[in-house]
Each structure stands twice: as structure tokens, then as C-alpha cells.
Design a protein around this ligand. Structure first.
Ligand SMILES: Cc1cc2nc3c(=O)[nH]c(=O)nc-3n(C[C@H](O)[C@H](O)[C@H](O)COP(=O)(O)OP(=O)(O)OC[C@H]3O[C@@H](n4cnc5c(N)ncnc54)[C@H](O)[C@@H]3O)c2cc1C
Length: 398
């Protein structure tokens, strides 16, 4: 990895770096895109973010995320945002109980006492807020859904579904798992992992399901039985995000005929697919506000492509993976840090070399994490997941 030229804009001897006097457009204002915008902007780069959400509050943000010391947290540290993080993170939320389908607790406070320092938790909403607040006004253009791109006069022209077009010297795709920019970089596609998630939100868990609230104890629950999973994560506002996982064909969401916007149909499906599971889990589905179905994909672990001089990608658009190792957001933020370091490096001659250096290191790092993630995905969805899991963590964590 090239040296980080945070002094690129110092008033002393001017030093050249790849992104000097160039404009950067980031498509997608998730944790990856916003972290990159912050680090580039604090180093004087002219950067814009184009986000498809209508406004910053338009969408309920998902679950609580653990930020790891060596990746997500490191990126926040380099972005000078640790104070804001400390004000917004949720001590205690790292607590995780492993439970079976009958709601018997198998491991009470998994992971021991160091998780709060090594993998502190923050809700996705506050993380996005603190990143947005760190940017200069007007950096993010909302309601700008990417549609296509073309090269015009040596620049990349981005065309958006709202009819707007914007140009930049370098474009970074940070548009998540279903990236529309990725195909402009590589034809390689993520492969279906064999597991489909049904994700839900429930408000005010304490009054909706007091027993569940007690079991959550401010943290998370992972239910494992019958080769199926159910994760429930309490958020700071008293709501919870939850997601079931089960093995299904790639086209199950469509072929099942379930209308996932009709809660009654989803509850009906859950009762039959998770037959014999405790009433509390059924109540969770019955009292949910809404559902989204998410077949889980994983980018090829050996993927490679030729670096371009003006276009790259980070986060889920580059390497989507299932959530079972809790690494997705961490990889996205580490990508942002490392890409910024390369684009600002006084040791790298041009943008193509900077992008090549970033992509090579990112692919190697993510191949390892992706392999672990797929191992976890298999263990979680195996018939004797709980005993596997207890054994795995006896040797790997405790
Ligand atoms: C149920 C679930 C639980 C998870 N739990 C964890 C966890 O505990 N820990 C963890 O590390 N990771 C977890 N993940 C994964 C994590 O959420 C992602 O890896 C992470 O959000 C990736 O960040 P990103 O910035 O690359 O993409 P995203 O967060 O997906 O952000 C992409 C952004 O781009 C915008 N966008 C999309 N398309 C366009 C377009 N065409 N034009 C403009 N904007 C666009 C989107 O609106 C969004 O704001 C979980 C994922 C799921 C689905």
C-alpha cells in the first residue's frame, strides 16, 4: 500500500498526487461512499456524491453494525471522526446471545469482554448521519439514481434517471449490492450463496414483545435450528431489525408467489417454513412493520479485472457478501480509506496506477474475508449449527 499523502495540500513544497486538480464523483451515499467523500474532501479534493434516496431521512436505515478496529474503525479514525463516533456508538450492543428455536439460550454473552473496544457497535442511521454531517454543504445530491455513463471530452459523464447529467474526472461506484456501474468495470457477476434472507423491522420491541426485549438485553440474538437462522438486533431507538435466513433456490423470492409487501403472506410463509419454532418468533413476524426479501450473493473470491484510469468501485458493489461474518461495512469503509490513500499518494504517478494499486490490495483482502464469510454462512445454515458454532468459537475467539 502506498504512503498516505495527507500533506498533499500543505503549503510547503507542492507534491504531485494522482487526483490533483481532478474532480471525483461518487455514486451511492452508503457508509463506503460517504467515508471516501469525507477523506478526499478533508484533503482538499473536489468531490460530489450522487445518491438515489430522495432525502437523507427518506429510508429507514438497517441494523446495528459492528466496526472493527483494523478496518471500519481505522477508516473513521483517519477521517477524524472518532469523537463523533464515541458520541453515537452503543456500548452494550455488542452483546449477543445464541438461542435455539425454542428460545433456550445456548451461549449467553458470546465473545467475552473485549468486543466493546475491538468491535464497537453503531446503528446504521447514526453512522450515516455522522458521515453526512462531516461533509461540506452541497456535497451530496439526493434523488439522483444512476442510469448510465459515457466518456465525453476525456471525462466520465454520468446520466441519472431524473434527467440530470454530471461529469467528473474519476468516478467511484459505491452503489451497493446491485451496482449498476459494476458492469462498466467487469462482466464478472456475484454468485448466489444458496441462502435467502427475509428482513423485517419492528417498532418499540419493549412494549410489543416484552419477553423478546428481555432476551435481547440491549444487544442481539442469533437463533439457530433446522439449518435456518434468525438474527434480531435491538437499535438505539427501541426498534429492532431482524432477518431470517433459509436455504432456497436463487429464484425462490419470485417463484414462491409471496407478495412481500403483504405482511400476512409473509407471516403465513414463516409459520410453515419455520414450523415448530417458538411462538415468540412468530409474534415477531406478526408485529413487524414491513419486510424485504434479499437473496444473498457473494462476489467471486478470485475475481480480477484491468484497472481503468477513471472508474473504480468499492464496498458491496465491488464485493458483495452475505452478512454472516459482519464484515461488509468494514470492508466498504476500509476500501474507502485505501482508495483515498492511493489517490492522494505522492508515490503514485497517475489515476490508473492509483486505482490499480487500490484494486489489487482490495481484492486480496476481500478474498480472505469472503472465504471466511462463506464458511460462516455454511456453518450457520447447517443442521447442527449450534454445536459447530460453539466449537468454532472455542478455538477461534475465546
Ligand atoms: C440484513 C443485513 C444485515 C447486515 N449486517 C451487517 C453487519 O452486521 N455488519 C456488517 O459489516 N455488514 C452488514 N451487512 C452488510 C452491510 O450493510 C454492507 O456491506 C454495507 O452497507 C456496504 O456499504 P456500501 O456503502 O458499499 O453499500 P450500501 O450500504 O448498500 O450503500 C449503497 C448506497 O448507494 C445507493 N444507491 C444504490 N443504487 C444507486 C444508484 N443507481 N444511483 C445512486 N445511488 C444508488 C443506495 O441508496 C445506498 O445509499 C448487512 C447487510 C444486510 C442486508
Amino acid at each position: 500500500m502506498a504512503a498516505y499523502a495527507s500533506a498533499a495540500h500543505s503549503k510547503q513544497t507542492p507534491m504531485k498526487y494522482p487526483i490533483e486538480n481532478k474532480t471525483v464523483a461518487i455514486v451511492g451515499g452508503g457508509p463506503g461512499g460517504l467515508t471516501l467523500a469525507r477523506i478526499l474532501q478533508m484533503n482538499g479534493v473536489d468531490v460530489k456524491v450522487y445518491e438515489r434516496d430522495i432525502t437523507r431521512t427518506a429510508r429507514v436505515q438497517g441494523a446495528t453494525l459492528n466496526l472493527n478496529e483494523e478496518s471500519g474503525l481505522l477508516a473513521l479514525h483517519k477521517a477524524n471522526l472518532m469523537e463523533q463516533f464515541k458520541a453515537a456508538y452503543r456500548p452494550g450492543a455488542e452483546k449477543m446471545a445464541f438461542v435455539d428455536k425454542n428460545a433456550n439460550v445456548v451461549i449467553e454473552d458470546f465473545g467475552g469482554g473485549n468486543l466493546q473496544e475491538e468491535r464497537p457497535e453503531i446503528d446504521r442511521g447514526p453512522l450515516r448521519e455522522l458521515l453526512l454531517d462531516s461533509l461540506q454543504e452541497g456535497t451530496v445530491t439526493w434523488y439522483c439514481q444512476f442510469d448510465s455513463l459515457e466518456r465525453v471530452d476525456g471525462q466520465v459523464k454520468l446520466n441519472f434517471k431524473n434527467g440530470q447529467s454530471h461529469t467528473a474526472d474519476v468516478v467511484v461506484a459505491a452503489d451497493g449490492a446491485n451496482s449498476k456501474i459494476r458492469p462498466y468495470i467487469t462482466p464478472l457477476k456475484p454468485a448466489y450463496s444458496g441462502v435467502t434472507i427475509v428482513e423485517g423491522t419492528i417498532y418499540d420491541v419493549e412494549s410489543a414483545i416484552p419477553r423478546l426485549h428481555q432476551l435481547l438485553d440491549g444487544g442481539k440474538i442469533c437463533v439457530l435450528s433446522d439449518s435456518k437462522t434468525l438474527f434480531i438486533v435491538l437499535k438505539g431507538d427501541g426498534s429492532a431489525a431482524f432477518y431470517s435466513g433459509h436455504k432456497a433456490d436463487e429464484s425462490w423470492a419470485r417463484d414462491s408467489g409471496i407478495d412481500f409487501s403483504d405482511n400476512a403472506q409473509v407471516v403465513q410463509w414463516f409459520k410453515s417454513e419455520f414450523e415448530g419454532w417458538d411462538e415468540m418468533w412468530i409474534e415477531l413476524f406478526e408485529k413487524a412493520a414491513s419486510f424485504v426479501v434479499r437473496p444473498q450473493y457473494c462476489a467471486p473470491l478470485d475475481q480480477t479485472w484491468e484497472a481503468l484510469p477513471d472508474l473504480t468501485m468499492l464496498g458491496d458493489s465491488a464485493h458483495v457478501m452475505p452478512p454472516y461474518a459482519g464484515e461488509g461495512v468494514n470492508m466498504a469503509m476500509q476500501d474507502a480509506l485505501e482508495l483515498a490513500e492511493c489517490l492522494l499518494s505522492t508515490d503514485i504517478a497517475d489515476t490508473r496506477s492509483a486505482i490499480a494499486a487500490y484494486e489489487e490490495s482490495m481484492r486480496a483482502r476481500v478474498a480472505e474475508v469472503g472465504a471466511t464469510t462463506m464458511e460462516f454462512t455454511d456453518i450457520f445454515h447447517s443442521p447442527d449449527a449450534i454445536s459447530h458454532f460453539v466449537e468454532f468459537f472455542k478455538t477461534h475467539v475465546n
